[in-house]
Ligand binder design. Structure first.
Ligand SMILES: NC(=O)c1ccc[n+]([C@@H]2O[C@H](COP(=O)([O-])OP(=O)(O)OC[C@H]3O[C@@H](n4cnc5c(N)ncnc54)[C@H](O)[C@@H]3O)[C@@H](O)[C@H]2O)c1
Length: 245
């Protein structure tokens, strides 16, 4: 029988656009019982939910604010009754070479990419432990391995990877898997916000000589969210056209 997400309820943070929207769409295509999009841009989240159709709910939530995450998780529980899958996808870039990086650029990126993921796990992991089932998928980046202009972003994503490996070891006995992906060069607004000359150089450096599509990334997230990946735990999977092998 084909594995799908039949009967499963998911949270996708930052699902208003880009990778998160593609992930939410794929989950519904795979018959997820419900998907909650948590995004600080409620209008975008609502539009995406409408476009996807099915049981998708949009909730305003800035993941960098603990109390907003707590309230959003309570709202999801009230609507769905349980949470099987958590995709920590919300993320931002505030690029600058380190000696020109401001405190604000540093703190904003750490607050969303790292602390935001921490708050989401803080409120969801206890529920997963109680039900002895859970799939957590964290969106890192190939930049976790270093990328000029991204000390803040690289640090946040490298920390996400350490967090992923540790939480995986702590949670495996409770039938919870925690994995991460390292995307690069996927065609989204975040990617298009990079200066054109840098983008052109990046694509030339990519062995595939092209951008990936959000759907190509969503296919890997679906695998990690499904029971086909039941013995994959603490993995960091590059989805980058061969850029990082
Ligand atoms: N696009 C790529 O090539 C690429 C490469 C590596 C990693 N990533 C990672 O993938 C994830 C998604 O990136 P994307 O390209 O889809 O970006 P995007 O900018 O297109 O979309 C990000 C979404 O997150 C939301 N968001 C931002 N800050 C938030 C917050 N504080 N609380 C809640 N929602 C928030 C935005 O409103 C938006 O809907 C990020 O974690 C990013 O670091 C992307």
């Amino acid at each position: 029988m084909k594995t799908n997400l039949n009967g499963k309820y998911a949270i996708v943070t930052g699902g208003g656009q880009g990778l998160g929207a593609a992930i939410a769409k794929r989950f519904i295509e795979e018959e997820a019982a419900g998907v909650a999009i948590l995004d600080y841009n409620l209008e975008k989240a609502q539009n995406t939910a409408k476009e996807i159709g099915g049981n998708v709910i949009a909730i305003a939530c800035d993941v960098s604010k603990d109390e907003q995450v707590k309230a959003a998780v309570e709202q999801v529980l009230a609507a769905f009754g349980r949470i099987d899958i958590l995709v920590n996808n919300a993320g931002i870039i505030r690029d600058a070479i380190f000696h020109k990086m401001t405190d604000d650029q540093w703190h904003q990126v750490i607050d969303v990419n790292l602390n935001g993921l921490y708050y989401c796990c803080k409120h969801v992991v206890p529920l997963m432990r109680e039900q002895c089932y859970g799939k957590i998928i964290n969106i890192s980046s190939t930049s976790a391995n270093g990328n000029p202009g991204q000390c803040n972003y690289s640090a946040s994503k490298a920390a996400v990877e350490g967090f992923t490996k540790t939480l995986a070891r702590e949670s495996a006995r409770k039938n919870i898997t925690v994995n991460a992906v390292e995307p690069a060069h996927i065609d989204t607004e975040m990617q298009r916000s990079v200066p054109a000359d840098i983008l052109e150089r990046s694509i030339k450096a990519n062995p595939s000589q092209r951008f990936g599509t959000p759907a190509e990334l969503a296919a890997v997230i679906f695998f990690l969210a499904s029971d086909d990946s039941s013995f994959v735990n603490g993995a960091i999977i590059p989805v980058c056209g061969g850029l990082r092998t």
